[in-house]
Design a protein. Sequence first.
Lengths: 291, 401
Amino acid sequence: MELLVTLKKFEHLKKLSDYKVDGVILGANIFSNRYRFDLDELKKLALECIIYNLDMYVAIDVMIEEYDRSLLKEYLEFLHFLRPKGIYFADLGVYRTIREMGFATQMIYDPHTLITNSLDAEFLLHQGMDGVVAAREITLDETIAIAKNNPGAVDMQIFGYLRASSSKRHFLHNYFEYIGRDIDLSGKEDVRIIEDTRDYRMPIYEGRYGTDIYTDYILCTYKEHPQFEKYLKRGIIDSLFIEDEVLFRVLRDYKYLNEDNAYLLENNLKLAYGDLNFDKGYLYAKTNITK
Amino acid sequence: MNKIELLAPAKDLQKAKTAIRYGADAVYLGGKQFSLRSRASNFEIEDIKEIVAFAKEYRRKVYVTVNIVFHDDDFKGIIAYLRTLADIGVDGIIIESLAVMALCKKYAPALECHISTQLSSTNSDAIRQLKMYGADRVVLAREVAMSEIEVIAQRVDIPLEVFIHGGMCSNYSGRCTLSNRMTLRDANRGGCAQSCRWKYRIYDNDRLVSDRECLLSMSSKDLRATSYIERLIRANVASLKIEGRMKSDYYIAQVTKTYRNMIDEIMIGNGIDARRIAYYDRELDKAENRPSDDGFLSGHADHSKHLYGVNGAGVTHEYVAYVKDFDLHTGRALIEVRNKFTKGDILEVFGPDMNNERFKVEDIFSLDEEVLTVVNQPMEMLWIRVPFMVKPHYMIRKVIR
């Protein structure tokens, strides 16, 4: 399993190369709701990735509007020039456009919620995709089954907050406008919402393309690492909302993580950051289908 | 203008028949397996068979939703199910899973495959890709604006389906697992708890910034596309879809009939003016239970498209009875009661071939000929005198405001 990290800050790149990280996922301030690198920075990052021997993957993680197709094509031509190793995309239109352009790069489908079974993964791979990211809301057994049935082509988020929803609506901006308060929380990473009868403190991020809400917990899967390492193509550590200190502690752990120390390292992490909510997500919690 | 399909939802056999009687060109419904809306009654195969036969009599179509986001275990029995649907004459299936589409093409090729809005198709490139995968129709994401629909329709050569009425997910359909986190109920396999409609406090770092009296809700107003029907027809959209497999018989009848009449008026008159659109809006008010607007059709969804602290719009009419028969000699209708009404109330009757006729309640009789002044037992059978002829399957509502 290759280890990828989503890149939050330019200056992290050099440090990442010191750990056992194979590559980074990054994005621009266009066609991503969460990444904020401008195109010049992207160019520099591409160069730095070569220098630090890190694979560069670009995330295009929003749904594409019809009127943005021309801009998307321009952006993809720009990316073509940067020669990323792969592109994580959420919209089939991105895949179609890249294939029509003849842009040779790995195309990895990450719709977050939809890759929930082996057959859909197999279909998409058979039709030409290079990889898929397993859905976050399925169990460990289901994830492993998808990966086993589609060897060398299935990725998974293995650490970080899980995205729980994605909307084109600007929930925060609209709300404050409605109640008449001059508050702008767009682009801020320290905004949380709590349902009125529950305690879940969920990160909410409002960007150019809408609003994403994340789980109140951080998925932590050290103990499952041996299985992931065996079957996944790439494991993704998502750094969004994670403090630098925690992120680099986790990367250090992954550098040494193996079957023998996984339990110890995971328990130590939880002890070191007792105020953070680490969880197994849906790995052992099968969601049900009745109300 | 090209003929356009009006597609209505059906929770059960009766509602499917109602939708067809009241003007739907096609109905969509869920089987017991593989379908979202787990609270909807959903159809046994025998029921689907019956509604297909009923629809064929009216030359209408039946689509079956096979639109859960499949997990590996969910595929058990899918091939036999698809073959059965094809054998009994179902016209198409609505799917999220491209693997199910591939299985359908192989084992039940008579079925059309319609791509569900759960794939959030927002642009012509994505739609062309889905067509390449084998799709016969694509349901557009509700996030697509009218001006985009017009452009997309010109750029693709596959039928498009557009939602025109009903509930809206506040997030991209199929890409929301809020319900999974809050309740462990799988939003994408029929268990959605609608957590987006709950109330949330907002903290900027640790500072509470939401209003204590009016918390954040992501709840969306319902969709109502009356102002866009003519443009959708002119754009050559193939199908106009009404949402609401959980809705009542009355709602299905009223909404379907309203859009049927509107589409027919546009087709015959080669257009429609604002005064007539306002009339159809008033008709829909008789069935609404949540505030509505034009969603993303007009472009950006600002705060006016949300619901903050509001759950219902308040209906202008209340459904009170279903007509079972009419006695021409006595001028009495045999009715099945749905809600309370009393002598002296103003009631309004409508039916597949009748728009709105009002009358004042004068005489109500039990089946034993007892004279009644108040009716308040749902499903009770009664006689009521009506000053004009009504027919079975007509509906009666009380004018509230």
